[in-house]
Design a binder for this molecule. Structure first.
Ligand SMILES: [Zn+2]
Length: 81
């Protein structure tokens, strides 16, 4: 079973610009990022294209999972970091 991964960051004005990195996230009643954050819908800006500074922790988790052959269990593994 494939899982959709979306690019998401905090909306402008909610956090400082340094914290507005673009996370990779799975949808589950909000966004759970691969690096273990929970971002609520009202806090989220969803990006359709690659833009902004990427979250390196999310990129690392995605690369590790891709090497292992899938996105299943991404959120659980990302939370451990
Ligand atoms: Zn992240």
């Amino acid at each position: 079973m494939s899982v959709d991964v979306v690019r998401v960051r905090y909306r402008a004005g909610l956090v400082g610009e340094a914290r507005r990195v673009v996370h990779l996230a799975l949808w589950h009643e909000g966004f759970r990022t691969l690096c273990g954050r929970e971002i609520r819908c009202r806090e989220a800006e969803i990006l359709g294209v690659a833009a902004g500074m990427p979250c390196m922790a999310c990129a690392r988790v995605l690369a590790l999972r891709s090497r292992l052959g899938g996105t299943r269990g991404l959120a659980r593994e990302g939370a451990a970091e």
